[in-house]
Design a protein around this ligand. Sequence first.
Ligand code: ZN
Length: 97
Amino acid sequence: MAIVKCIICKQVLIGYGHNPYPIGDKGRCCDDCNYSVVLPLRIVNMKKWKLDDLRKKEIQGGKPMEVKPDFIYKQFFIWLGVILVIFSIALIIIINI
Ligand SMILES: [Zn+2]
């Protein structure tokens, strides 16, 4: 079995180790580094992404994205059009018979 070293502290790994992302894409890291460095960093990044998301929403007026009534009306008219077309085709077929 090949000796694998932790990419963070360079200690020889016991077991399979852990995925060191976001510290590194390649290699593995040890339990200690996983719990003391990698996981906290992931949590920090998660909070940062959430903050970025909140900031984006703030720029859009501070409200979470919602479906605009305008969009619903457009959808309604599109479906009304589709139904009308289907009805008129059906009507033409019925009249021809
Ligand atoms: Zn380590």
